[in-house]
Design a protein around this ligand. Sequence first.
Ligand SMILES: NC(=O)c1ccc[n+]([C@@H]2O[C@H](COP(=O)([O-])OP(=O)(O)OC[C@H]3O[C@@H](n4cnc5c(N)ncnc54)[C@H](OP(=O)(O)O)[C@@H]3O)[C@@H](O)[C@H]2O)c1
Length: 349
Amino acid sequence: MVGIPVRVCINGYGTIGKRIADALVKTGDFKVVGVSKYSFDYSALIARKKGFRVFVPRDRIDEFRKHGFEPDGTIEDMIDEAELIYDASPGKQGVKNKEFYVKHGKPAIFQGGEPPMVGEVSYNTLCNYNAALGKKYVRVVSCNTTGILRILCSLGVKPRSVFATIVRRASDPREDTRGPVASILLDSQRIPSHHASDVNTVVGDIPITTASVVVPTTLMHVQVLRIDLSGEKTMDDLLSSMEKSGRILFLNPESMGLDTTGKLVELARDAGRYRYDLYENIVFSSTLKLDRDVLMLIQAIHQESIVIPENIDAAYAVLNLEIDPFKVVEKTNRALGIGLVKDLITGVK
Ligand SMILES: NC(=O)c1ccc[n+]([C@@H]2O[C@H](COP(=O)([O-])OP(=O)(O)OC[C@H]3O[C@@H](n4cnc5c(N)ncnc54)[C@H](OP(=O)(O)O)[C@@H]3O)[C@@H](O)[C@H]2O)c1
Protein backbone atom coordinates (compact mmCIF):
# COMPACT_ATOMS: atom_id res chain seq x y z
CA MET A 1 0.00 0.00 0.00
CA VAL A 2 1.25 3.48 -0.86
CA GLY A 3 1.67 6.22 1.74
CA ILE A 4 -0.11 9.58 1.88
CA PRO A 5 0.55 11.86 0.08
CA VAL A 6 0.68 9.60 -2.96
CA ARG A 7 3.10 10.69 -5.67
CA VAL A 8 1.21 11.18 -8.93
CA CYS A 9 2.04 12.64 -12.33
CA ILE A 10 -0.06 13.97 -15.17
CA ASN A 11 0.88 12.92 -18.68
CA GLY A 12 -1.02 15.39 -20.90
CA TYR A 13 -1.49 18.87 -19.43
CA GLY A 14 -4.38 20.09 -21.55
CA THR A 15 -8.04 20.82 -20.78
CA ILE A 16 -8.50 17.76 -18.59
CA GLY A 17 -4.95 17.27 -17.32
CA LYS A 18 -4.54 20.75 -15.86
CA ARG A 19 -7.85 20.42 -14.01
CA ILE A 20 -6.87 17.02 -12.60
CA ALA A 21 -3.56 18.47 -11.39
CA ASP A 22 -5.24 21.36 -9.54
CA ALA A 23 -7.89 19.07 -8.06
CA LEU A 24 -5.34 16.56 -6.76
CA VAL A 25 -3.48 19.29 -4.91
CA LYS A 26 -6.70 20.38 -3.19
CA THR A 27 -7.32 16.93 -1.69
CA GLY A 28 -4.11 16.98 0.36
CA ASP A 29 -3.83 13.21 -0.22
CA PHE A 30 -1.78 13.46 -3.41
CA LYS A 31 1.45 15.16 -4.38
CA VAL A 32 1.83 16.07 -8.04
CA VAL A 33 5.46 15.21 -8.80
CA GLY A 34 5.20 16.57 -12.32
CA VAL A 35 3.20 17.36 -15.42
CA SER A 36 4.24 16.81 -19.02
CA LYS A 37 4.41 19.24 -21.89
CA TYR A 38 4.96 18.12 -25.47
CA SER A 39 5.14 21.53 -27.11
CA PHE A 40 6.21 24.82 -25.60
CA ASP A 41 3.48 27.37 -24.90
CA TYR A 42 2.23 29.63 -22.09
CA SER A 43 0.83 26.70 -20.09
CA ALA A 44 4.36 25.41 -19.33
CA LEU A 45 5.03 28.77 -17.63
CA ILE A 46 1.75 28.73 -15.71
CA ALA A 47 2.30 25.14 -14.59
CA ARG A 48 5.70 26.13 -13.19
CA LYS A 49 4.27 29.23 -11.50
CA LYS A 50 1.77 26.95 -9.79
CA GLY A 51 4.63 24.89 -8.43
CA PHE A 52 4.39 21.93 -10.82
CA ARG A 53 7.59 20.55 -12.25
CA VAL A 54 7.43 20.31 -16.05
CA PHE A 55 8.78 17.24 -17.88
CA VAL A 56 9.18 16.94 -21.63
CA PRO A 57 10.13 14.28 -24.21
CA ARG A 58 13.91 13.82 -24.37
CA ASP A 59 14.05 14.79 -28.05
CA ARG A 60 12.24 18.11 -27.39
CA ILE A 61 14.39 19.44 -24.57
CA ASP A 62 16.25 21.72 -26.97
CA GLU A 63 13.01 23.16 -28.32
CA PHE A 64 12.01 24.21 -24.78
CA ARG A 65 15.48 25.60 -24.11
CA LYS A 66 15.19 27.75 -27.23
CA HIS A 67 12.31 29.49 -25.47
CA GLY A 68 14.43 30.01 -22.37
CA PHE A 69 12.60 27.27 -20.49
CA GLU A 70 14.71 24.63 -18.74
CA PRO A 71 12.62 21.44 -18.32
CA ASP A 72 12.75 19.60 -14.99
CA GLY A 73 13.52 16.33 -16.75
CA THR A 74 12.18 13.84 -19.26
CA ILE A 75 8.80 12.12 -19.34
CA GLU A 76 10.60 8.96 -18.30
CA ASP A 77 12.04 10.71 -15.20
CA MET A 78 8.53 11.84 -14.29
CA ILE A 79 7.04 8.34 -14.65
CA ASP A 80 9.88 6.92 -12.53
CA GLU A 81 9.02 9.25 -9.66
CA ALA A 82 5.27 8.65 -9.70
CA GLU A 83 3.30 5.95 -7.93
CA LEU A 84 0.24 6.63 -10.10
CA ILE A 85 -0.06 8.14 -13.58
CA TYR A 86 -2.93 10.16 -14.97
CA ASP A 87 -2.97 9.93 -18.73
CA ALA A 88 -4.86 12.92 -20.17
CA SER A 89 -3.29 12.83 -23.62
CA PRO A 90 -5.25 13.48 -26.82
CA GLY A 91 -7.81 10.72 -27.52
CA LYS A 92 -6.29 7.37 -28.63
CA GLN A 93 -2.77 8.43 -27.59
CA GLY A 94 -3.20 7.01 -24.09
CA VAL A 95 -3.49 3.48 -25.37
CA LYS A 96 -0.05 3.90 -26.99
CA ASN A 97 1.34 5.49 -23.81
CA LYS A 98 0.10 2.49 -21.83
CA GLU A 99 2.97 0.34 -23.14
CA PHE A 100 5.31 2.72 -21.39
CA TYR A 101 3.39 2.54 -18.08
CA VAL A 102 3.32 -1.25 -18.26
CA LYS A 103 7.09 -1.27 -18.88
CA HIS A 104 7.55 0.81 -15.72
CA GLY A 105 5.05 -1.32 -13.77
CA LYS A 106 2.97 1.75 -12.81
CA PRO A 107 -0.83 1.96 -12.45
CA ALA A 108 -2.62 4.49 -14.66
CA ILE A 109 -5.96 6.25 -14.99
CA PHE A 110 -7.03 6.94 -18.59
CA GLN A 111 -9.67 9.21 -20.13
CA GLY A 112 -12.81 8.58 -22.13
CA GLY A 113 -11.24 9.31 -25.53
CA GLU A 114 -9.38 6.01 -25.24
CA PRO A 115 -10.86 2.71 -26.43
CA PRO A 116 -12.47 0.82 -23.54
CA MET A 117 -9.86 -1.97 -23.72
CA VAL A 118 -7.21 0.44 -22.40
CA GLY A 119 -8.57 -0.19 -18.91
CA GLU A 120 -9.45 -3.31 -16.99
CA VAL A 121 -12.61 -1.40 -16.19
CA SER A 122 -14.50 1.63 -17.54
CA TYR A 123 -15.48 3.67 -14.56
CA ASN A 124 -18.06 5.90 -12.91
CA THR A 125 -17.98 6.33 -9.13
CA LEU A 126 -21.74 6.12 -8.56
CA CYS A 127 -22.04 2.97 -10.70
CA ASN A 128 -19.01 0.73 -10.20
CA TYR A 129 -16.50 2.13 -7.69
CA ASN A 130 -15.90 -1.35 -6.28
CA ALA A 131 -15.01 -2.75 -9.69
CA ALA A 132 -12.04 -0.37 -9.81
CA LEU A 133 -10.67 -1.30 -6.36
CA GLY A 134 -7.06 -2.39 -6.73
CA LYS A 135 -7.17 -2.36 -10.54
CA LYS A 136 -4.03 -1.22 -12.30
CA TYR A 137 -5.61 0.37 -15.38
CA VAL A 138 -8.90 2.26 -15.20
CA ARG A 139 -10.67 4.34 -17.86
CA VAL A 140 -12.84 7.23 -16.65
CA VAL A 141 -15.62 7.52 -19.24
CA SER A 142 -16.17 10.77 -21.16
CA CYS A 143 -18.22 13.83 -20.32
CA ASN A 144 -21.59 12.91 -21.86
CA THR A 145 -21.36 9.33 -20.63
CA THR A 146 -20.50 10.54 -17.11
CA GLY A 147 -23.52 12.87 -17.19
CA ILE A 148 -25.89 10.06 -18.17
CA LEU A 149 -24.41 7.50 -15.78
CA ARG A 150 -24.63 9.75 -12.75
CA ILE A 151 -28.38 9.98 -13.30
CA LEU A 152 -28.93 6.28 -14.06
CA CYS A 153 -26.92 5.08 -11.08
CA SER A 154 -28.43 7.46 -8.56
CA LEU A 155 -32.12 6.72 -9.17
CA GLY A 156 -32.28 3.89 -6.64
CA VAL A 157 -34.01 1.68 -9.20
CA LYS A 158 -32.74 -0.09 -12.30
CA PRO A 159 -34.16 1.46 -15.48
CA ARG A 160 -35.97 -0.84 -17.94
CA SER A 161 -34.71 1.24 -20.86
CA VAL A 162 -33.28 4.68 -21.60
CA PHE A 163 -33.34 7.08 -24.54
CA ALA A 164 -31.02 10.07 -24.50
CA THR A 165 -30.82 12.91 -26.98
CA ILE A 166 -27.47 14.65 -26.74
CA VAL A 167 -26.83 18.18 -27.97
CA ARG A 168 -23.05 18.42 -27.95
CA ARG A 169 -20.91 21.54 -27.80
CA ALA A 170 -18.78 21.78 -30.92
CA SER A 171 -15.46 22.45 -29.18
CA ASP A 172 -13.80 23.62 -26.01
CA PRO A 173 -13.18 27.41 -25.90
CA ARG A 174 -9.54 27.19 -26.96
CA GLU A 175 -10.14 24.78 -29.88
CA ASP A 176 -10.81 27.57 -32.35
CA THR A 177 -10.30 25.59 -35.53
CA ARG A 178 -13.03 23.03 -34.86
CA GLY A 179 -16.59 23.31 -36.14
CA PRO A 180 -19.35 23.38 -37.11
CA VAL A 181 -19.44 27.18 -37.25
CA ALA A 182 -23.03 27.67 -38.37
CA SER A 183 -24.68 24.30 -39.03
CA ILE A 184 -26.01 21.58 -36.80
CA LEU A 185 -23.97 18.46 -37.46
CA LEU A 186 -25.01 14.84 -36.98
CA ASP A 187 -22.54 13.61 -34.36
CA SER A 188 -23.32 10.11 -35.52
CA GLN A 189 -25.11 9.36 -38.77
CA ARG A 190 -26.77 6.40 -37.13
CA ILE A 191 -28.75 5.75 -33.98
CA PRO A 192 -27.40 4.87 -31.48
CA SER A 193 -24.46 7.25 -31.23
CA HIS A 194 -21.33 5.86 -29.56
CA HIS A 195 -22.52 7.13 -26.16
CA ALA A 196 -24.92 4.20 -25.72
CA SER A 197 -22.21 1.56 -26.00
CA ASP A 198 -19.99 3.71 -23.78
CA VAL A 199 -22.66 3.74 -21.05
CA ASN A 200 -22.82 -0.04 -21.44
CA THR A 201 -19.09 -0.38 -20.78
CA VAL A 202 -19.96 0.60 -17.20
CA VAL A 203 -23.53 -0.68 -16.77
CA GLY A 204 -23.89 -3.49 -19.29
CA ASP A 205 -27.40 -4.48 -18.26
CA ILE A 206 -29.32 -1.25 -18.97
CA PRO A 207 -30.77 -1.07 -22.51
CA ILE A 208 -29.96 2.41 -23.79
CA THR A 209 -30.25 4.22 -27.11
CA THR A 210 -28.67 7.61 -27.77
CA ALA A 211 -28.87 10.13 -30.60
CA SER A 212 -26.43 13.01 -30.81
CA VAL A 213 -26.03 16.26 -32.75
CA VAL A 214 -23.27 18.89 -32.53
CA VAL A 215 -24.13 22.58 -32.26
CA PRO A 216 -21.93 25.68 -32.62
CA THR A 217 -21.20 26.50 -29.00
CA THR A 218 -18.32 26.04 -26.57
CA LEU A 219 -20.52 26.29 -23.47
CA MET A 220 -21.66 22.88 -22.26
CA HIS A 221 -23.61 19.93 -23.61
CA VAL A 222 -27.37 19.55 -23.09
CA GLN A 223 -29.02 16.14 -22.74
CA VAL A 224 -32.69 15.20 -22.86
CA LEU A 225 -33.23 11.92 -21.00
CA ARG A 226 -36.24 9.60 -21.16
CA ILE A 227 -35.89 6.83 -18.59
CA ASP A 228 -38.35 3.97 -18.41
CA LEU A 229 -38.29 2.85 -14.79
CA SER A 230 -39.25 -0.49 -13.44
CA GLY A 231 -41.05 -0.48 -10.11
CA GLU A 232 -43.08 2.06 -8.22
CA LYS A 233 -41.24 5.29 -7.49
CA THR A 234 -42.60 8.71 -6.74
CA MET A 235 -40.93 11.89 -7.92
CA ASP A 236 -39.98 12.60 -4.30
CA ASP A 237 -38.24 9.20 -4.04
CA LEU A 238 -36.33 9.83 -7.24
CA LEU A 239 -35.36 13.36 -6.31
CA SER A 240 -34.10 12.44 -2.89
CA SER A 241 -32.14 9.53 -4.35
CA MET A 242 -30.52 11.73 -6.98
CA GLU A 243 -29.78 14.48 -4.46
CA LYS A 244 -27.99 11.98 -2.20
CA SER A 245 -25.54 11.25 -5.00
CA GLY A 246 -23.82 14.55 -4.17
CA ARG A 247 -23.03 15.19 -7.84
CA ILE A 248 -26.35 16.49 -9.21
CA LEU A 249 -27.49 20.08 -8.84
CA PHE A 250 -31.15 20.94 -9.44
CA LEU A 251 -31.74 24.47 -10.66
CA ASN A 252 -35.08 25.98 -11.53
CA PRO A 253 -34.70 27.84 -14.83
CA GLU A 254 -37.99 29.66 -14.33
CA SER A 255 -37.44 31.18 -10.90
CA MET A 256 -33.64 31.49 -11.17
CA GLY A 257 -33.46 32.95 -14.66
CA LEU A 258 -31.11 30.15 -15.66
CA ASP A 259 -32.46 28.88 -18.95
CA THR A 260 -29.30 28.84 -21.08
CA THR A 261 -25.87 27.31 -20.74
CA GLY A 262 -24.41 30.82 -21.04
CA LYS A 263 -26.24 31.85 -17.88
CA LEU A 264 -25.02 28.71 -16.09
CA VAL A 265 -21.48 29.70 -16.95
CA GLU A 266 -22.15 33.15 -15.50
CA LEU A 267 -23.51 31.50 -12.33
CA ALA A 268 -20.30 29.50 -12.03
CA ARG A 269 -18.26 32.68 -12.42
CA ASP A 270 -20.35 34.57 -9.87
CA ALA A 271 -20.05 31.65 -7.47
CA GLY A 272 -16.26 31.92 -7.71
CA ARG A 273 -15.68 28.67 -9.55
CA TYR A 274 -12.16 28.65 -10.97
CA ARG A 275 -12.24 28.50 -14.82
CA TYR A 276 -16.08 28.56 -14.46
CA ASP A 277 -16.00 24.82 -13.84
CA LEU A 278 -19.31 23.14 -13.05
CA TYR A 279 -18.53 19.68 -11.72
CA GLU A 280 -22.19 18.82 -11.14
CA ASN A 281 -24.86 17.62 -13.55
CA ILE A 282 -27.11 20.67 -13.82
CA VAL A 283 -30.66 19.34 -13.97
CA PHE A 284 -33.25 21.95 -14.98
CA SER A 285 -35.74 21.07 -12.25
CA SER A 286 -38.83 22.41 -14.03
CA THR A 287 -38.24 19.86 -16.83
CA LEU A 288 -38.48 16.89 -14.45
CA LYS A 289 -41.57 14.92 -15.37
CA LEU A 290 -42.73 11.52 -14.18
CA ASP A 291 -45.34 10.07 -16.51
CA ARG A 292 -46.40 6.73 -14.97
CA ASP A 293 -43.11 4.82 -15.03
CA VAL A 294 -41.27 7.19 -17.34
CA LEU A 295 -38.95 9.88 -16.00
CA MET A 296 -37.97 12.77 -18.29
CA LEU A 297 -35.50 15.55 -17.67
CA ILE A 298 -33.17 18.00 -19.36
CA GLN A 299 -29.67 18.58 -18.00
CA ALA A 300 -26.57 20.56 -18.87
CA ILE A 301 -23.08 19.09 -18.62
CA HIS A 302 -19.89 21.16 -18.45
CA GLN A 303 -17.65 19.09 -20.68
CA GLU A 304 -14.32 20.45 -19.42
CA SER A 305 -14.87 19.73 -15.74
CA ILE A 306 -17.57 17.07 -15.27
CA VAL A 307 -15.09 14.17 -15.29
CA ILE A 308 -12.68 15.73 -12.78
CA PRO A 309 -14.40 14.46 -9.58
CA GLU A 310 -14.53 10.90 -10.98
CA ASN A 311 -10.85 11.09 -11.92
CA ILE A 312 -9.97 11.97 -8.32
CA ASP A 313 -12.28 9.30 -6.87
CA ALA A 314 -10.73 6.70 -9.17
CA ALA A 315 -7.31 7.19 -7.56
CA TYR A 316 -8.71 6.19 -4.15
CA ALA A 317 -10.06 3.00 -5.75
CA VAL A 318 -7.00 2.08 -7.81
CA LEU A 319 -4.70 2.55 -4.81
CA ASN A 320 -7.12 0.84 -2.41
CA LEU A 321 -7.11 3.93 -0.19
CA GLU A 322 -10.83 3.74 0.61
CA ILE A 323 -13.41 1.04 0.01
CA ASP A 324 -16.54 3.12 0.63
CA PRO A 325 -17.55 5.12 -2.48
CA PHE A 326 -19.73 7.51 -0.44
CA LYS A 327 -16.77 8.50 1.72
CA VAL A 328 -14.73 9.08 -1.42
CA VAL A 329 -17.43 11.22 -3.01
CA GLU A 330 -17.66 13.25 0.18
CA LYS A 331 -13.89 13.73 0.31
CA THR A 332 -13.59 14.76 -3.34
CA ASN A 333 -16.65 17.01 -3.15
CA ARG A 334 -15.19 18.79 -0.12
CA ALA A 335 -11.87 19.31 -1.89
CA LEU A 336 -13.52 20.72 -5.02
CA GLY A 337 -16.18 22.77 -3.25
CA ILE A 338 -19.01 20.74 -4.78
CA GLY A 339 -22.19 21.73 -2.96
CA LEU A 340 -21.16 25.33 -2.46
CA VAL A 341 -23.03 26.58 -5.53
CA LYS A 342 -26.14 24.92 -4.14
CA ASP A 343 -25.59 26.63 -0.78
CA LEU A 344 -25.59 30.00 -2.52
CA ILE A 345 -29.09 29.50 -3.88
CA THR A 346 -30.74 27.20 -1.35
CA GLY A 347 -34.46 26.93 -0.86
CA VAL A 348 -35.32 26.63 -4.53
CA LYS A 349 -36.31 23.42 -6.27
N1 LIG B 1 -12.14 18.33 -23.37
C1 LIG B 1 -13.21 17.68 -23.02
O1 LIG B 1 -14.30 18.23 -23.10
C2 LIG B 1 -13.11 16.28 -22.51
C3 LIG B 1 -14.10 15.82 -21.64
C4 LIG B 1 -14.01 14.53 -21.12
C5 LIG B 1 -12.97 13.69 -21.52
N2 LIG B 1 -12.02 14.15 -22.40
C6 LIG B 1 -10.96 13.23 -22.78
O2 LIG B 1 -9.77 13.59 -22.08
C7 LIG B 1 -8.62 13.32 -22.88
C8 LIG B 1 -7.82 14.59 -23.03
O3 LIG B 1 -8.61 15.56 -23.68
P1 LIG B 1 -8.31 17.12 -23.58
O4 LIG B 1 -9.54 17.80 -24.06
O5 LIG B 1 -7.75 17.45 -22.25
O6 LIG B 1 -7.19 17.25 -24.70
P2 LIG B 1 -6.20 18.49 -24.92
O7 LIG B 1 -6.75 19.72 -24.31
O8 LIG B 1 -5.89 18.47 -26.37
O9 LIG B 1 -4.93 18.07 -24.07
C9 LIG B 1 -4.13 16.99 -24.40
C10 LIG B 1 -2.70 17.28 -23.98
O10 LIG B 1 -1.93 16.11 -24.28
C11 LIG B 1 -0.62 16.53 -24.55
N3 LIG B 1 0.06 15.54 -25.41
C12 LIG B 1 0.45 15.63 -26.70
N4 LIG B 1 1.06 14.48 -27.08
C13 LIG B 1 1.07 13.67 -25.99
C14 LIG B 1 1.56 12.37 -25.74
N5 LIG B 1 2.17 11.64 -26.68
N6 LIG B 1 1.39 11.82 -24.50
C15 LIG B 1 0.79 12.53 -23.50
N7 LIG B 1 0.30 13.77 -23.70
C16 LIG B 1 0.42 14.34 -24.92
C17 LIG B 1 -0.73 17.87 -25.23
O11 LIG B 1 0.37 18.60 -24.72
P3 LIG B 1 0.99 19.95 -25.33
O12 LIG B 1 -0.05 21.00 -25.11
O13 LIG B 1 2.19 20.20 -24.54
O14 LIG B 1 1.27 19.69 -26.78
C18 LIG B 1 -2.07 18.43 -24.74
O15 LIG B 1 -1.94 19.51 -23.86
C19 LIG B 1 -9.15 12.73 -24.19
O16 LIG B 1 -9.19 11.32 -24.06
C20 LIG B 1 -10.57 13.27 -24.25
O17 LIG B 1 -11.44 12.48 -25.03
C21 LIG B 1 -12.06 15.44 -22.87
